[in-house]
Design a binder for this molecule. Structure first.
Ligand code: IPE
Ligand code: IPE
Ligand code: MG
Length: 244
């Protein structure tokens, strides 16, 4: 490069990682540590999304699923749930619509039962989905998403369309179809559990857990997660050449 400053080198994931899932956890603790209300943590968390998506795209990754709100998160106090819904709406309108989808590289889809979300949020989801067709990068936002709920829904849909139940039929009706299963699932916030995320799709995913809280998860953290993945050997139940 002749002009300007070089950004830190990013590993090229193309060919090794096509799909990533992220459990964006730790917003509440981030806020608590600063003596701020939990919602301030969710706002700081939303502000990380654009940078993370951009780095993943620069690496040559084409499919990302972001866990934004689970089917179990309704158990939280109404004030927090309402605040999260408002934040999601605002972020979709001001950043996803105006910057992320408008830049022409990204398509955004929603994974989860959006039918029970506030009407203006549902409308925004519909409009954003309609803005991005056939793009090189698909971002699924998992909103009122549960992995068990998704599997039940897929089986029902397969039966309704008269298909015989098979792994292929269930896969075909998942929210994330036809995107490939995640190669890598990242969870921030220090807990080592799946919390009902992509249960079907994660059968052979590699997991990366970090104590870093989601609002602190930046470009360098994405690079660390991908480098960890690139150093691993996957076998899918078989053997690699060097194992024989
Ligand atoms: C993740 O952060 C965001 C949502 C679940 C909506 P949390 O709100 O779970 O943050 P912690 O885990 O309490 O720190
Ligand atoms: C998982 O985080 C859901 C999202 C990040 C949206 P939670 O904070 O809800 O998970 P648990 O309750 O600690 O398992
Ligand atoms: Mg949490």
């Amino acid at each position: 490069m002749l002009f300007g400053f070089k950004k830190p080198a990013i590993p090229l994931a193309a060919g090794r990682i096509d799909s990533v899932g992220i459990i964006m956890d730790g917003n509440g603790r981030w806020a608590k540590r600063r003596g701020m209300p939990r919602l301030a943590g969710h706002a700081a968390g939303a502000a990380r999304v654009e940078e993370v998506l951009t780095v993943l795209r620069e690496m040559g990754i084409h499919h990302v699923t972001l866990y934004a709100f689970s089917t179990e998160n309704w158990k939280r106090p109404k004030e927090e749930v309402d605040g999260i819904m408002d934040l999601v709406y605002k972020y979709l309108r001001e950043v996803v619509r105006e910057k992320i989808v408008s830049d022409g590289h990204f398509a955004v889809r929603f994974a989860g039962d959006t039918s029970v979300l506030p009407e203006k949020l549902r409308e925004e989801c519909r409009e954003i989905e309609a803005m991005g067709e056939n793009k090189e990068f698909i971002c699924y936002v998992a909103l009122n998403y549960g992995g068990r709920d998704e599997i039940v829904r897929s089986v029902k849909r397969a039966l309704e369309s008269g298909e015989e139940i098979s792994e292929a039929a269930i896969s075909r009706h998942l929210y994330t179809s036809p995107s490939p299963d995640p190669d890598l699932i990242i969870r921030t916030g220090g807990d080592m559990r799946i919390s009902n995320f992509l249960l079907w799709q994660s059968a052979y995913s590699e997991f990366y857990f970090t104590k870093t809280l989601w609002p602190d998860f930046d470009r360098g953290e994405v690079i660390r997660a991908v480098e960890s993945f690139l150093g691993r050997k996957r076998r899918f139940g078989g053997l690699n050449k060097e194992d024989k």
